[in-house]
Write a new protein. Structure first.
Length: 197
């Protein structure tokens, strides 16, 4: 039953437009906002609490577009010191989102297990909690009870950092426009053109 509920939730999230906002464990901590539409794709905007630097990520039909400053922040967090030249600040680096496609940014792993002690209420909706953990990473997903099993909240822990993302505006209309081809580059080209210290 639990695996079916997770599958239903993931299907519903993939096929319904939604908005999400909250904090992020990436970028050394910060805020993020996300919009997803099954036809237009996904847009994520993040702001680093350390640098105040903002960046965006888009995903559509198996391709991710990560803004150069956001990618540089992620690389710095993993210990690589890079500097993006000014002429690349409005460029996006192409990549792939992983096995679940663009849904990998919000999908619940099917290996997640019920966590009844963490059942909660999100925006006055009762929720059913499932949890997934791997090494220093753990996630607790709050799924709406009732007819529509929407994902309402995600609490993440990564290497001691925590974040909370709340999902809302299911079925609303958003406008999401992917970066133009003349503002994209491959990961190899990005690595060639950034400065390493």
């Amino acid at each position: 039953m639990d695996a079916l509920k997770i599958q239903d939730t993931n299907f519903l999230m993939r096929s319904t437009p939604f908005h999400a906002s909250g904090t992020t464990t990436a970028l050394g901590g910060g805020d993020q906002e996300m919009w997803s539409d099954p036809k237009q794709g996904l847009r994520l905007k993040a702001v680093s609490s350390k640098t105040g630097q903002s960046g965006e990520l888009f995903c559509h039909e198996g391709t991710t577009y990560t803004s150069a400053p956001l990618l540089a922040d992620a690389l710095r967090q993993s210990g690589q010191d890079v500097t993006v030249p000014p002429e690349l600040t409005d460029f996006y680096v192409l990549g792939t989102p992983g096995q679940q496609g663009c849904a990998s940014f919000y999908a619940i792993p099917e290996t997640a297990k019920p966590a009844p002690d963490q059942d909660s209420t999100v925006n006055s909706h009762k929720t059913y909690a499932v949890a997934a953990a791997s090494g220093p990473t753990s996630d607790v997903y709050q799924i709406a009870t009732g007819e529509n099993f929407y994902l309402l909240q995600l609490q993440s822990t990564r290497d001691g950092r925590t974040s909370t993302t709340t999902y809302d505006s299911f079925g609303d209309e958003f406008s999401i426009t992917m970066p133009s081809d003349d503002k994209t580059m491959t990961m190899n080209e990005f690595r060639r053109r950034v400065t390493k210290h």
